[in-house]
Design a protein around this ligand. Structure first.
Ligand code: AMP
Length: 193
């Protein structure tokens, strides 16, 4: 199997989605955003969407088994053959362990895990601006929900970082820099891995 397989980690509002979209074209990688997949299900009004809506609005996480099977199906698709950027997955240690197993079973490995580091205060400002500027405001872009999502990030998602650090895969990037500067840093990481 060819292609780079990358994970983007970082709290809500850290710029994962923005950067993943830029790098998707540049490196012919497929951005796989579990948040986008869930929002599509909500828009479609299907069973998954109905379940996802209340959980997302609360700022909580969807069950691990559901998210693991969603990603497992997706990374086996032909458009992921040249590699992918996981944006928003894994979000818990069990998801990270399940990802290891599924990659191993598919004969794939990870090139890098990139953490976009942004302090909580900066995230509040960003999310409030995103909510003020966006025409279709995300239901979970409110100060209240952001607070919950940050607690969830620190409690359940950040513990994955040492897991990847031990494997020598973790690269941390200062996500408070201007978008273009972050992009340049990410490009040099991706070119080197
Ligand atoms: P995001 O767009 O990545 O910030 O995700 C929005 C919301 O979707 C999250 O707050 C969770 O409710 C849900 N979600 C996205 N990815 C996952 C995941 N890997 N595990 C559990 N819940 C997720």
């Amino acid at each position: 199997m060819n292609g780079k397989r990358i994970i983007f980690m970082g709290p809500p509002g850290s710029g994962k989605g923005t950067q993943a979209k830029i790098l998707e074209d540049r490196f012919s990688l497929r951005q796989l955003s579990t948040g986008d997949m869930l929002r599509a299900a909500v828009a479609a009004g299907n069973e998954l969407g109905r379940k996802a809506k209340s959980i997302m609005d609360e700022g909580l996480l969807m069950p691990d088994d559901l998210m693991v099977s969603m990603i497992s199906e997706r990374i086996g698709c032909p458009d992921c053959e040249h590699g992918f950027i996981l944006d928003g997955f894994p979000r818990t240690v069990p998801q990270a362990e399940a990802l290891d197993k599924m990659l191993h079973d598919k004969g794939m490995d990870l090139a890098a895990v990139i953490e976009l580091k942004v302090p909580d205060e900066v995230l509040f400002n960003r999310i409030c601006t995103r909510a003020a500027e966006s025409q279709s405001v995300r239901a979970d872009d409110t100060e209240d929900t952001l607070r919950k999502r940050l607690v969830v990030y620190h409690d359940q998602t950040a513990p994955i970082l040492p897991y990847y650090e031990q494997k020598g895969l973790l690269k941390s990037v200062d996500g408070t820099m201007p978008i273009e500067t972050v992009t340049k840093t990410l490009i040099s990481i991706l070119e080197g891995c």
